[in-house]
Ligand binder design. Structure first.
Ligand code: FE2
Length: 364
């Protein structure tokens, strides 16, 4: 393989801009089992925003709200609703990451800068991707603090019960009709990613809700970004619904991995998280389609977990409903048992489920 000009160690963090970070932080602590680990805001000398840093194993979420109307955060929330602003990538050299990508055509979000506090220093730089989303490069090898300089350690005020979420498996972007290939090229040319798999509308159209998707991955495969665009169907594509309500391209879903999806989903349901529903009939052909699995089919049926198999193994997955009132960003919970694919065998059942939800919202 050619020299990897943008080595990435993994996802550093995902930052959401939200209307009310204080309340959102309780949702992710209680329902998703994330620990509060750090905070920045007026009490720590930050005047324009409040940010809550939540962590579960290798997943770090940051929830940020503006304190004033004249703010890029307020503007972002006004336009997009709650949504993902930053997909941050953990690198060994944030200056070089910036130079390598900007010299290949990336647009700068901000130049490399050094942040310091009593725990050491972090170098960050950032480039723009689809919509108003950015990729921030984070170099933290000389840092021992809880998150980034300026953030103070903070603990949850109640006993958080983790649900076994381990790491970010993939993050999916929705882009406008006709621009998927442009963004695939961006990841290939500017970031050195390669095309992993293509789904065309034959793979993933239902009667209505067609889409096209291509998955790009970085050199070591730790970062996987599927990019979706709407395809022509009889009625409105689920991707169009997203674009209408997000008012442009953005992150559609974040897939987080667990080693025990039965436990994870049992806990999430107990705590009030809502999931997409597939009908009973889905489970009729699972044994013959997926073959032998370690979990009981009864548990999967009870929890409405989906299963699929590829040449390398099987996977189990389930999708939450949107986690805010706009039908935009949602989460996927995935347990991989060898399979490296994305659940193509579930697309039809899944999209029919999404269409039922779209119809309920009056957007089909
Ligand atoms: Fe996914």
């Amino acid at each position: 393989m050619a020299h990897d000009f943008l080595p990435i160690n993994g996802t550093d963090h995902i930052e959401f801009y939200v209307g009310n970070a204080k309340q959102a932080a309780v949702f992710y602590q209680y329902a998703f089992g994330f620990d509060l680990v750090a905070y920045a805001g007026p009490e720590t000398g930050v005047r324009d925003r409040a940010s809550y840093v939540l962590r579960q194993n290798k997943i770090t979420l940051v929830l940020t709200s503006a304190l004033h109307p004249e703010s890029e955060i307020s503007e972002h929330v006004k336009r997009h609703g709650d949504g993902v602003k930053v997909l941050a990538l953990w690198v060994d050299d944030a200056r070089k990451s910036f130079q390598e990508t900007v010299s290949r055509g990336a647009e700068a979000a901000f130049e490399p800068k050094v942040l310091t506090d009593e725990y050491g220093e972090v170098v960050v730089s950032s480039i723009k991707t689809y919509g108003e989303t950015i990729h921030t490069f984070v170099e933290r090898k000389n840092y021992k603090g809880p998150f980034l300089p300026g953030y103070k350690p903070r603990k949850s005020t109640f006993k958080v019960q983790p649900i076994g979420l381990k790491y970010v498996d993939h993050c999916v972007g929705n882009v406008e009709l006709g621009s998927m290939n442009r963004w695939v090229e961006f990841y290939e040319k500017v970031m050195g990613f390669s095309l992993l798999v293509t789904f065309d509308d034959k793979d993933i159209s239902t009667e209505y809700s067609a889409l096209m998707s291509k998955v790009v991955a970085n050199g070591n495969g730790y970062i996987k970004f599927p990019i979706n665009e709407p395809a022509q169907g009889r009625k409105k594509s689920q991707i169009e619904e997203y674009l209408d309500f997000y008012h442009g391209p953005g992150v559609q879903h974040i897939a987080v991995a667990t080693d025990d999806i039965v436990f994870t989903v049992t806990e999430m349901r107990k705590r009030g998280v809502e999931f997409l529903y597939v009908p009973e009939t889905y489970y009729e052909d699972v044994p013959q389609r997926v073959g032998k699995i370690n979990e009981s089919l009864e548990d999967l049926r009870k929890l409405n977990i989906l299963a699929d198999r590829d040449e390398e193994g099987y996977l189990l997955q389930i999708f939450t409903k949107p986690v805010q009132d706009r039908p935009t960003v949602f989460f996927e919970i995935i347990e991989r048992n060898g399979a490296k694919s994305f659940g193509k065998g579930n697309f039809k059942a899944l999209f029919e489920s999404i269409e039922r939800e779209q119809a309920l919202r009056g957007n089909l």
